[in-house]
Write a protein that binds this ligand. Structure first.
Ligand SMILES: [Zn+2]
Length: 67
């Protein structure tokens, strides 16, 4: 099986102790778990991921879309 590295979804960022932390989501539709940019693959489903910052990185409101 060929493993394709997918781009993680950037869901927003938070500030924690004055540091900016980006939040990412697994690109696997069957998974969609929040992941850390420390990972090179999703710890939940094993999907290989890569991280690319949005072109215009800015603080966005983090919304709960109700799952
Ligand atoms: Zn996953």
């Amino acid at each position: 099986m060929k493993i394709i590295r997918k781009l993680a979804y950037w869901t927003g960022c938070t500030f924690f102790h004055g540091e900016r932390h980006n939040e990412w989501q697994c690109p696997n539709k069957k998974c969609g778990m929040p992941i850390s940019e420390d990972y090179s693959n999703c710890p939940y489903c094993g999907q290989k991921v890569k991280f690319a910052y949005p072109v215009k990185a800015k603080v966005i409101e983090i919304r709960n879309n109700g799952g």
